[in-house]
Design a protein around this ligand. Sequence first.
Ligand SMILES: [Zn+2]
Length: 330
Amino acid sequence: MRSHVFQSTSVCNLCGKREVTTVSTVDRKGNPLKTVICVFCGIVRTDPVPTDQEIKEFYQQKYWDSYKSDVPKLKRIYRNAHRAVERYYRDQQFFKNAHSILEIGSGCGEFVYLLQYLNLNAQGLEPHRGYSEYSRKEFGVSVTSAMLENASYPLAAFDLIVSHHVVEHLRDPAAELRRMNQWLKEGGYLLIEVPNIEAERHSPNNRFHFAHIYNFNGVALEELAARQGFLLIEEASKNDHEHHLHMIFQKKEIPTGKGKYTEVQLKDNAQHLYQKLLSHTAFRHYLTLTPYSRAIRKIKNSVVEKWTIKKLKRGKDVADGVFSKRTHLF
Ligand SMILES: [Zn+2]
């Protein structure tokens, strides 16, 4: 990399080195937020990594301001129920064969409820007290209220762990992936979905967010998981234009701590990603059709949504309505 390389005060969560270069100095709202890329592997992170206390304050004061109420709006349940069906449908062969499933970051509980609705044995973990309580009361599902860092499960308790948009929020994703590995049975699966830092669907001005401490491309996420004892068995988004990375890993028979890629390959990954982040400018983004077709789709969806939930009063009725219409296909 030709740009200025400096030593960060935090070490890289993947490769343990400190040499980084800055990729952005603002967050998606234009507030100061320094984001760097590790020049040895290509992991992109907030620098320095926020402390536990800073994260706690952020979640308490800012992030959940937009979700002040502990009872979610019905339109949110409606959207999440549809998303739950799509997520299940995409990976159904893994869910169907699982005897015990844990969803980390279960939100208001729609996905755990869908699994229960389909007679699967599933439970959730959710740090937001209001939402985890809502999940239990409204959907009757088993959800524990705790931060992942404070949660503990018996060894080999699950054969499938699912985490949608969680890993990018963690202060120490490597350590948490190692713990997930221990909670899985031999041969168990881990499904991870995170935003794809290489995606071109969002404007680059919208890219960085305080709550997203780590930003991954496919190689970086695969390598991070590989070093914690996971083997990538299916990758839905090899394509750089995909909005999210969606990867399914299997617990390795003997977790060795060894990764998949060589030092040279990881350095190439860092170089490739750095160039890509520089070349994807807001100007190029608005030349593509993506932002416009998205706006049109949003308007269309909200009309259907209002019409469908008009007569319903409870979240459970909304979710049941979506599930009964869509799950007969499974
Ligand atoms: Zn690194």
